[in-house]
Design a binder for this molecule. Structure first.
Ligand SMILES: [Zn+2]
Ligand SMILES: [Zn+2]
Ligand SMILES: [Zn+2]
Length: 167
């Protein structure tokens, strides 16, 4: 994805099956490169996180697995999530205590999340310029930034559109 491309999460009409397929393929590739095992549970947890562009909490993931008749022990699922987060395949959104799939796995980046307060969609931006600007501003005050996490709350294009047609 070119740097200036709109995140898929913000595209009203997009083929989400494609998002899932791309994410699983990218994850398999990242695991292979890192020599890590992409176990069926890790794969399934990632797929569940990717079921939409709305973040899902650990309980939500356990619920989906339980509904499938699998009842893995919560620690097993937490470990799978920890693995996915550690390998950069999934991000945890602190303010929501929930997880979303990374759209650019395999590449170190500090997250910038656009959170829609209406539908819950979260889009990830990876704009290096924003973090560089913040790092520079902080350095001006003698502070060395090591990681940045940006959360912006607002209205996604789909919700903004709906609001416009409703009024
Ligand atoms: Zn999608
Ligand atoms: Zn990411
Ligand atoms: Zn929305």
């Amino acid at each position: 994805m070119p740097r200036d491309a709109t995140p898929t999460a913000l595209k009203v009409h997009h083929d989400h099956d494609r998002c899932i397929a791309d994410a699983l393929a990218a994850a398999a590739e990242v695991c292979r490169e890192l020599g890590a095992r992409f176990t069926p549970l890790r794969r399934r947890v990632l797929e569940i996180v990717w079921q939409s562009h709305k973040p899902l909490g650990a309980y939500g993931i356990l619920d989906v697995l339980a509904a499938e008749g699998r009842r893995p022990m919560p620690p097993t699922v937490y470990r799978a999530l920890d693995f996915l987060v550690a390998k950069g395949l999934v991000h945890r959104i602190p303010s929501l205590n929930a997880f979303i799939g990374c759209t650019r796995p395999g590449r170190r980046h500090d997250g910038q999340y656009l959170i829609c307060h209406n539908c819950g969609t979260v889009a990830e931006l990876t704009d290096e310029g924003l973090n560089t600007a913040l790092g520079k501003a902080a350095r001006g005050h003698g502070f060395a930034v090591e990681s940045v996490l940006t959360e912006a709350v607002g209205l996604c294009p789909a919700c903004a559109e709906r609001r416009k047609t409703a009024s």
